[in-house]
Design a protein around this ligand. Structure first.
Ligand SMILES: Cc1cc2nc3c(=O)[nH]c(=O)nc-3n(C[C@H](O)[C@H](O)[C@H](O)COP(=O)(O)O)c2cc1C
Length: 155
């Protein structure tokens, strides 16, 4: 069984809407053999990450950066997981009210430092989450579940 880990900080209805769509896509019946594990960023551990075949990160933009909660996750896992997660496929979604650029850059910088593989451009939303953006989140969840299955099979 492959495992997809979703590590998110979800402090509001807008971020909750994005998370729910990601979870729906990740859990689609069209992809078999993938267990989806969702963890609040403040509770996710190195053990969660080491067991994952792919990871989705979700955060609001806060003061031009990722949330403190997601930064805490990276601070927690960086050295314990550094050598064992090289090549891990990851995807990212970010919600902001004006500009998500700094948050995306911050996450991508750390993920690159860990040797992870971005297999999909991030989904970014400013303001209200539209139906089309929910669909983009659904797709992000589904394709990353597929990436987890492929990595578990060694393809
Ligand atoms: C302390 C703080 C800093 C924030 N900084 C940014 C920011 O730099 N860029 C941005 O687009 N939104 C920023 N926001 C807005 C949050 O990203 C937004 O509240 C979050 O995505 C949830 O969206 P919602 O409040 O519309 O539900 C900030 C919010 C807070 C509380």
């Amino acid at each position: 069984m492959a495992r997809l880990l979703i590590v998110h900080h979800t402090p509001s209805p807008a971020t909750q809407a994005m998370l729910e769509s990601v979870l729906e896509g990740a859990g689609t019946d069209e992809i078999e053999g993938v267990e989806v594990v969702s963890r609040a960023a403040l509770g996710a551990t190195p053990v969660d990450l080491l067991a994952a075949d792919a990871v989705i990160l979700g955060t609001p933009a806060n003061i031009g950066y990722m949330s403190g909660a997601l930064k805490h996750f990276f601070d927690t896992v960086y050295y314990p997981c550094l050598s064992d997660t090289v090549g891990l496929p990851y995807a990212l979604y970010v919600h902001g009210n004006s500009d998500t650029t700094g948050a995306v850059r911050a996450v991508e910088s750390i993920a690159t430092g860990m040797g992870w593989r971005r297999h999909r451009p991030p989904v970014t939303v400013t303001g209200e989450v539209t139906r089309r953006q929910r669909e983009a989140c659904w797709e992000l969840g589904a394709v990353t579940a597929l990436a987890a299955a492929e990595r578990a099979q060694g393809t």
